[in-house]
Design a protein around this ligand. Structure first.
Ligand SMILES: [Zn+2]
Length: 249
């Protein structure tokens, strides 16, 4: 079984999501987690989950959408507590890459969402770009669990996350020539890794330059298998176990 644990199946990116899913199914992908990034995509993901039996979703506000109204997210989340397709609060976090997003405001929104996840006992899907120092300090103060999506840090950073119980997401960028995390991922135990495409972004080599979609998760699975010198089937088997630990499937 293959499972794309992080993608953005939005109408904005894909004209025909049913077709994208059937293409992925042909490659052996059986389930998907499609992550919301703002209020609008929260509603869109809820609709998508209703239409697509194999698509699970997260609800949350991404740091780049920091101006969205947190109160509305809380209402959406509380109204969906019994929705079995809603598996985590995400994609949430900190992104200091671009100027113009108030850091204080990002931290405030992030902490509100961490508290919400804790209150309803759901994992979190975390986005962290150029913000490790603040991220680790905040996570230490809270009692959450979940995944550091698209991990691109050092071994020391990985170990700090692991101490707090977090798993890490590995995406197509690990296949890029200039990847700095490949050597780290090589040393991270397979049972701490979740495979993600982050479609439509981060298309793995050799398809880099094209739009990414969940069918490409097999490329990442094969790449990780090679990197760790194990069989791809072992990677798949291990994924099943990690997914059930992180997302309570
Ligand atoms: Zn994402």
């Amino acid at each position: 079984m293959l499972f794309d644990t992080h993608c953005h199946l939005y109408k904005e990116y894909f004209d025909d999501i049913t077709e994208i899913i059937s293409k992925a199914k042909d490659k052996g992908v059986e389930k998907y987690i499609s992550d919301a990034t703002n209020i609008e995509t929260c509603y869109e993901m809820l609709d998508l989950a209703k239409m697509q039996p194999d698509v699970y979703i997260t609800l949350g506000i991404h740091p780049e959408c920091v101006d969205d109204f947190y109160g509305e997210l809380e209402t959406i989340v509380m109204n969906n507590l019994n929705n079995e397709k809603f598996v985590a609060i995400g994609e949430i976090g900190l992104d200091y890459h671009y100027e113009g997003y108030e850091r204080e405001q990002q931290i405030k929104l992030f902490e509100k969402q961490l508290n919400l996840a804790e209150k309803i006992n759901k994992p979190v899907v975390i986005h962290c770009r150029d913000a490790y120092e603040d991220m680790i300090e905040i996570l230490k103060k809270h009692n959450n669990r979940g995944v550091i999506h698209c991990f691109d840090g050092t071994m020391e950073q990985y170990k700090e996350y692991e101490k707090l119980g977090y798993y890490i997401g590995v995406d197509g960028n690990v296949t890029f020539k200039n990847s700095t995390t490949r050597d780290v991922i090589k040393e991270v135990p397979l049972d701490r890794i979740l495979l993600e495409t982050d479609s439509p972004y981060l298309t793995p080599e050799p398809l880099r330059g094209q739009k990414n979609d969940p069918s490409n998760i097999y490329i990442i699975a094969e790449y990780i298998a090679k990197l760790k010198n194990v069989d791809t089937d072992e990677v798949k088997k291990c994924q099943k176990c990690v997914i059930s630990k992180v997302f309570d499937f």
